[in-house]
Design a protein around this ligand. Structure first.
Ligand code: CUA
Length: 320
């Protein structure tokens, strides 16, 4: 039904209906409140206007009962918005384990995307119908924001860290992709399309021409060229911790703290190795800032994800 409203984008993801329902609930409450307040205001203004003969007897100067009513009812209304909103927020911030990962780098003024088999795209994103997709995003310069109205998803894309966003398309078609954060002169031109295809069509497209090296392979190459393996070798007595199975593990840090080895942790450890030093190792590693760019970092991390021990963990395995 909503798809026919001219001022609403189509609902093209599994989350769209949830977001819209909450949105209409908020509109409904705002509308009712406005009507109630405006209605009472106008009603009383007319009834008690100076020349009216309506009785002023029995005017109340303070009523505990009234105070309680108009405190408790709005409290529950506000809490319903909070609880419902938090539910939708948690849903939107937890991608399913089997989501397909895609790398996104924002840059003035374009979106650079790469699939895990190596296929690259600029300002276009092809995805299969009915499959959860997770975007791992960062920026090379300023803050951008990845926004697909038809999916009802939006997330800031920040320099210096990873953010992510997920969706599961439910309708084939072409949908607008916007940058929703003012990022300079050509911000308004930082737009593109998300193309939702039938799964078989998508597989054909994905395996199609101009395929680049898979990020995990490119990362392996960087890992070798930068000499990472000199210290990070699985042998005993190595100067750096073994990276076998590091992704997704919990790391014991010097000083007793713990860190979860997610994408952000790995990125930080490459650029600022001393920030979270692994317990039992010396602060020997130099920074690789300037030697490897954002795309290179993502590639190295994709490679590290493939270094899993025998018991494989779900999600994020490249199909190269
Ligand atoms: Cu990028 Cu606005």
């Amino acid at each position: 039904m909503l798809n026919n409203l001219p001022f609403f984008p189509p609902q093209a993801s599994t989350s769209a209906a949830q977001v819209d329902a909450l949105y209409f609930y908020l509109i409904g409450i705002s509308g009712l409140m406005s009507l109630l307040i405006a209605g009472l205001l106008i009603g009383f203004a007319v009834r008690y206007r100076r020349r009216s003969r309506a009785s002023r007897a029995g005017a109340v100067d303070g009523s505990m009962k009234l105070e309680l009513i108009w405190t408790i009812i709005p409290f529950f209304v506000a809490m319903s918005i909070f609880v419902w909103g938090a539910g939708v927020f948690f849903h939107l911030s937890r991608p399913p384990d089997d989501a397909m990962n895609i790398l996104v780098v924002g840059k003035r003024w374009m979106w650079k995307l790469q699939h895990l088999n190596g296929r690259r795209e600029i300002n276009e994103l092809h995805v299969p119908l009915g499959r959860a997709v997770r975007l791992t995003m960062t920026s090379e310069d300023v803050i951008h924001s990845f926004y697909v109205p038809a999916f009802r998803v939006k997330a800031d894309v920040l320099p210096g860290r990873y953010t992510s966003l997920w969706f599961e398309p439910t309708r084939p078609g072409r949908y607008h992709l916007f940058c929703a954060e003012y990022c300079g002169t050509r911000h308004s031109g930082m737009v593109g399309w998300v193309v939702v295809m039938q799964p078989e069509e998508f597989q054909t497209w994905l395996g199609g021409d101009a395929r680049d090296v898979a990020p995990a392979r490119a990362g392996e190459r960087l890992f070798t060229n930068l000499g990472c393996a000199t210290c990070h070798n699985p042998g005993s007595g190595a100067r750096g911790p073994s990276l076998q199975g590091v992704f997704g593990s919990t790391i014991a840090l010097k000083g007793g703290a713990r860190a979860s080895a997610d994408e952000s942790y790995l990125r930080e450890s490459i650029l600022d190795p001393q920030a979270k030093l692994v317990d039992g190792y010396e602060a020997l590693m130099p920074t690789f800032r300037g030697l490897v760019g954002e795309e290179g970092l993502m590639q190295i991390i994709e490679y590290l994800k493939t270094l899993e021990p025998a018991a494989a963990q779900p999600g994020g395995t490249p199909q190269s």
